[in-house]
Design a binder for this molecule. Structure first.
Ligand SMILES: Cc1ncc(COP(=O)(O)O)c(C=O)c1O
Length: 430
């Protein structure tokens, strides 16, 4: 009997892997796929171990190899992002944000944050970790037509509210953030600028998006698994020693104890992949996002920020109210094996969180599988078939399974076999 349950576990994992890795067009902007090399490194004994504290100064024995791995992961990330100070211990973007807000603010201090409908992550808001820490959320003015923070209005608001922190970056991020434009006023009133790079870290690594540290951000927080194609985790980067010292005082022991050691080597390898392949990857991601956006637009979809070229990141955002709303549309697409997520867009009030008006797409994963501009046009046509022409979903799904047969292998990685472990033999594929 016990075996039945085990077989079911294996069956479910296999089914998930086959479906999401081999048969779908994945367009979720916050996801990606790791390379076979990174997959292999991820499966290691670190998943059983503890190593609280900093490399070579641990609270546990048995960490001599982990110490070197962690130290060199931080160094490689520092080199890639031109950051003097790096901490890979946050286990997620949210825990990096928690430690950042906690270390730079007292209770009742003020944070300036763009509204959720403008793309701020829930952790930046009163509904998430900011609220849980008792930090007051005030709105950073946003221009919905441009899908950007309104710089002049923000300068005025910063002077008026004198926030302790200004949070830039978010879950919807089509264009660069005004870091250098707000630096002077932030200095004037004594605010720290935190840049949440969770979505665009891979584009920054590939030098195809703004460099927030060079532009004056005090602290960059991030996930390591969205456009940066590493295992799930978090990181903090800084060139401000005072700020980084505060962060490091609190990430452990307040926000993590065990920092999930098995991901470190895999994150280090991803960093090396990005050093060598990141630029080409990031250029192709942005080219693909622009191609998908303009094709969708020409097929009649209401793509946001038309006047501004739709996007300069990996994301494309569509207003799908005329097609039944975000929730309905995302479900219809899933039936065709096109995986997306519903999203709030300007005009949506907080009560619309479950039934928002928009759909957010990201092209980084399909770019990793080798898709280019012509495939983006094809994907737009598939979406037209599914949502506008209302073609039978089963036939679209079968077409997509055939299409994916040509895009099975992750690019932008080293072509090596380690101990004859080929992609097919990797544990992840059981
Ligand atoms: C801008 C932003 N910050 C933080 C997070 C949270 O990251 P994690 O899922 O790694 O906690 C997300 C998640 O999607 C995000 O979009």
């Amino acid at each position: 009997m016990a075996y039945e349950e085990i077989y079911r576990i294996v069956e479910l994992v296999r089914a998930h892997n086959k479906w999401r890795r081999k048969e779908c067009i994945n367009l979720i902007a916050s996801e990606n796929v790791t390379s076979p090399l990174v997959d292999m490194l991820y499966m290691n004994d670190g998943m059983h171990r503890y190593a609280e504290g900093l490399p070579w100064k641990r609270y546990y024995q048995g960490t001599r190899y982990i110490d070197e791995i962690e130290e060199k992961t931080n160094l490689a990330l520092g080199e890639l992002f031109r950051a003097k100070f790096v901490d890979i211990r946050p286990v997620s973007g949210t825990s990096a944000n928690g430690a950042a807000f906690f270390s730079l603010c007292e209770r009742d201090d003020t944070a300036l944050v763009a509204p959720v409908y403008a793309g701020s992550h829930v952790s930046h808001t009163k509904y998430g970790i900011l609220g849980a820490l008792g930090i007051k959320e005030e709105e950073l003015p946003f221009n919905p037509e441009q899908m950007r923070v309104d710089i002049d209005a923000s300068i005025k608001r910063i002077k008026e509210k004198k926030p302790k922190i200004i949070i830039l970056g978010g879950s919807v991020i089509l264009f660069r953030q005004p870091v250098k434009e707000l630096r002077e006023v932030a200095n004037e009133v004594g605010s720290y600028i935190i840049y949440d790079a969770a979505h665009v870290l891979g584009l920054i690594a590939g030098k195809q998006f703004q460099d927030p540290l060079a532009e004056g951000a005090d602290l960059v927080t991030s996930s390591t698994h969205k456009t940066f194609p590493g295992p799930q985790g978090g990181v903090a980067l800084s060139n401000n020693q005072e700020v980084f010292k505060k962060f490091r005082r609190y990430i452990f022991p307040v926000f993590v104890s065990n920092h999930h050691l098995h991901r470190l080597a895999a994150t280090w390898a991803t960093t090396i992949e990005m050093k060598y392949f990141g630029e080409e990857y990031a250029k192709n991601v942005i080219k693909n996002a622009k191609a998908l956006a303009s094709e969708l637009h020409s097929l009649g979809f209401k793509v946001l920020a038309e006047k501004y070229g739709f996007t300069e990141s990996h994301q494309v955002v569509i207003d799908v109210r005329n097609l039944g709303g975000g929730s309905y549309v995302a479900t219809q697409l899933e039936m065709c094996n096109i995986i997306t997520n519903k999203n709030m867009i300007p005009g949506d009030t907080p009560d619309k969180v479950r039934e928002p008006s928009g759909l957010r797409l990201g092209v980084q994963e399909m770019t990793r599988y080798g898709c280019g501009v012509s495939e983006m046009k094809y994907i737009a046509e598939l979406m037209e078939k599914a949502l506008i022409k209302k073609v039978d979903k089963e036939s679209i799904k079968n077409e997509i399974i055939e299409f994916r047969k040509n895009f099975q292998h992750v690019k932008y990685t080293f072509d090596i076999e380690l101990n004859n472990l080929t992609e097919e033999k990797l544990p992840i594929l059981i």
